[in-house]
Design a protein around this ligand. Structure first.
Ligand SMILES: [Zn+2]
Length: 281
């Protein structure tokens, strides 16, 4: 994902939840995590690429490679720099490469959210909040429930850059508060499954959401994840809490991914199922 190309808005004000972009992948690549297999992986990507139309191949090679020297791009370097995860029903570890979607920069307080939607034919991008004229559109490459030091070391290791986003540029007391909030978010997320068993799940979720509002500008993707996790933790043991989580997750997912995403659809079905069962009881 190129640090050189930024997507700046001219005269547009984007509204929270707005669909900004829908894009088919240039190439879908199975991920190889074992670095000893890099040569074999390179050959496999090159073989797949050779089957693509020339224009698609050219677009692939135009993408940035942060893992190799300038002028010596490799296919694996491009995939590791630009691949966006594709969630598939079979659980396969695959990423998609995109001419536009792969070029968005990262921010630890990102304002747009990318997600893969099979039914929409690829990756979609939604505004997480109202976006002012001139604001850069940024996605996140990493988990954001991390302190600045942990975010920086992950971004440096995986993407070879130092983040200078507003959250990473904080100093003094503001930085301490930010780190404290993100550390707390991580602890609360880890504590949620056992808290739910002890009847404290709803209080933990309320605290996580409060911190997301303070620290992550109300990030609807992070809230979706939190409520969805709550739904899974409560399951059938606390039906009213599970229903509330499903309803909140659905509301946030409609903003972060659109109301027809597979997650939104699954949540709507879950809510309908709960309602039908409660009606029958
Ligand atoms: Zn940052």
């Amino acid at each position: 994902m190129s640090r050189l190309i930024s997507h700046r808005l001219e005269n547009v004000i984007l509204e929270k939840g707005e669909l900004l972009l829908k894009e088919q992948p240039l190439l879908v690549v199975p991920v190889v995590r074992d670095t000893r297999q890099l040569d074999a992986w390179e050959q496999r990507i090159l073989a797949d690429l050779a089957d693509c139309p020339q224009q698609q191949q050219d677009s692939f090679w135009e993408l940035a490679d942060c893992h190799t020297e300038v002028g010596q791009k490799t296919a694996t370097g491009i995939v590791r720099t630009n691949g966006l995860p594709i969630e598939r029903a079979d659980g396969a570890d695959v990423v998609g490469l995109y001419s536009t979607m792969s070029r968005f920069n990262h921010s630890c307080i990102h304002n747009v959210n990318n997600s893969y939607q099979e039914d929409a034919g690829g990756e979609v991008l939604h505004a997480l909040r109202n976006i002012r004229k001139g604001e850069e559109l940024c996605i996140t490459y990493i988990d954001l429930f991390l302190t600045r030091q942990d975010r920086q070391s992950t971004l440096q290791r995986v993407f070879n850059f130092r983040c200078t986003c507003p959250a990473c540029s904080l100093t003094g007391e503001a930085l301490l508060n930010s780190n404290r909030s993100r550390d707390r978010l991580q602890q609360l997320r880890e504590a949620l499954p056992s808290a739910a068993q002890q009847g404290l799940g709803e209080a933990v979720i309320a605290k996580i959401v409060e911190l997301i509002d303070q620290e992550l500008a109300g990030n609807a993707a992070a809230k979706t994840y939190t409520y969805h996790m709550g739904l899974q933790c409560f399951g059938d043991t606390n039906r009213s809490a599970a229903l509330k989580c499903a309803q909140q997750a659905w509301k946030e997912a409609a903003i972060a991914e659109g109301s027809t995403s597979w997650l939104s659809t699954m949540l709507a079905q879950q809510i309908a199922r709960f309602s039908a069962e409660d009606g029958a009881a």
